[in-house]
Design a protein around this ligand. Structure first.
Ligand code: UDP
Length: 403
């Protein structure tokens, strides 16, 4: 399967992967997160696990289970880590722990390496018997509500290392910290080339007219993704350029706020017939691919962001992106070269018009965008990095402190 990446991924990554695969052959590597579908983490794991297995490593992906009050609490924790005030009571923390305790009984946690994704399953570390355990943080923790991050750190400190997507998220814990940015799979249905016929099927299915430029944002319905700001920017643009707006999103099982935000978005769109709010079922990968390929201008106008996989997904399709200057977006958008970073609705509207009015510039920036993703944000590079961290920690007896 790895051979399918030759000619696409950088050769050096493939060589390193092969070497690391030899070193870690027949060892077990467990990943645990809190949803099978929706959001960037599930997106990556779905593609990554078979590839790691293909290297001869026994990789497994387990999803923790929780009741709705568990996911209400973990969404609050998530929001607070991204800087929004949330009151999380001792009772809520106890419930968080209790659900983890039950999951520890249910999930087989024995493995040579265990990568725990995000705060939801962080307390599982209390049930570690063996192996190298790493905590993987995908969210923007650069400016957290202190009481909440302090509480969570009680668990995180017990891991052999923590892995963040962006350097400024690192939390100065007394364990090893690594920076590994997420990635996209260039040969998945979400990102592979599509035929004109495949693209057309999606447009027909969602009744998207092909007679005007399309502005697109693909995101869960989450306030941090600023869907209302996108509508506002579109309204400014619409005064000068006729266009349509597509907001495409599907629910994530670990995000209980999606419904509320979706109704806010619908209300704000106020029946504008040129705003298409598409509720995509989970695993609509080909449709998202088709929308990203059809759009004239793609936005990721987040106000807070872990990484923002949709940015690399779009850039891989030869399109520059307009993105909020937050989280991992500035890692992907080199301002003026692979897209534009924006700080306001007006800024977003200005850049949308710039792309709409300069197709040649857009195309040139798009070509640079694709190459930038090829060298930095493909899945082979991310697997290489995970295996390197595991291998390093193991060679150091599970600790990096003595380095
Ligand atoms: N996504 C999807 N369907 C949707 C919305 C998003 O499959 O309706 C995918 C999107 O293509 C990307 C991931 O979910 O691969 C979102 O990752 P990102 O890092 O942008 O944001 P997150 O949701 O993890 O905060």
């Amino acid at each position: 399967m790895l051979t399918r990446y030759s000619g696409i991924s950088p050769k050096s990554d493939l060589m390193l992967l092969q070497k690391l695969g030899e070193k870690l052959k027949n060892r077990s590597f467990l990943h645990v997160n809190s949803t099978r579908a929706g959001g960037g983490v599930a997106e990556i794991l779905q593609r990554m696990i078979p590839l790691i297995n293909d290297l001869g490593i026994d990789a497994r992906w387990e999803v923790m289970e929780g009741d709705s009050s568990f996911f209400d609490v973990t969404k609050k924790i998530h929001n607070a880590l991204q800087g929004n005030f949330e009151d999380i009571t001792e009772e809520m923390w106890q419930h968080h722990f209790e659900v983890n305790r039950r999951n520890a009984e249910r999930l087989g946690l024995d493995a040579d390496a265990v990568l725990i994704h995000d705060p939801q399953p962080a307390p599982l570390i209390e049930y570690r018997k063996t192996g190298t355990w790493m905590w993987r943080c995908h969210i923007d923790v650069s400016n957290p509500v202190r009481e909440v991050s302090d509480y969570l750190l009680r668990y995180c400190r017990k891991y052999a290392a923590a892995i963040f997507s962006v350097a400024k998220f690192a939390m100065a814990m007394d364990i090893g910290e690594f920076i590994i940015s997420p990635s996209i799979d260039p040969i998945s249905d979400k990102n592979r080339e599509l035929t004109p016929d495949e693209i057309n099927k999606t447009l027909v299915k969602y009744r998207i007219p092909a007679d005007r430029p399309i502005i697109l944002q693909v995101s869960r319905f989450d306030r941090f993704k600023d869907p209302l700001g996108v509508i506002e920017a579109y309204r400014i643009v619409k005064k000068y350029n006729d266009c349509i707006l597509i907001l495409a999103g599907s629910p994530a099982t670990d995000d209980p706020e999606g419904e509320t935000v979706l109704s806010e978005v619908r209300e704000y769109a106020a029946n504008d017939p040129d705003i298409y709010i598409l509720l995509l079922p989970p695993f609509s990968d080909k449709d998202i691919n088709a929308l990203q390929r059809t759009a004239t201008v793609v936005l990721q106008k987040s106000l807070k962001e872990g990484f923002g996989l949709t940015v690399s997904e779009t850039m891989w399709k030869g399109k520059p992106v307009i993105g909020g200057a937050v989280g991992g977006i500035p890692l992907q958008i080199v301002h003026g070269i692979t897209g534009f970073l924006v700080h306001s609705v007006e800024g977003a509207a200005f850049r949308i018009r710039q792309f709409l009015n300069n197709p040649d510039m857009t195309k040139r920036m798009g070509e640079k965008s694709r190459e930038y993703v090829r060298t930095n944000f493909l899945i082979t590079r991310q697997i290489r990095d995970y295996l390197s961290v595991w291998y390093t920690l193991e060679s150091k007896g599970g600790s990096v402190l003595e380095l």
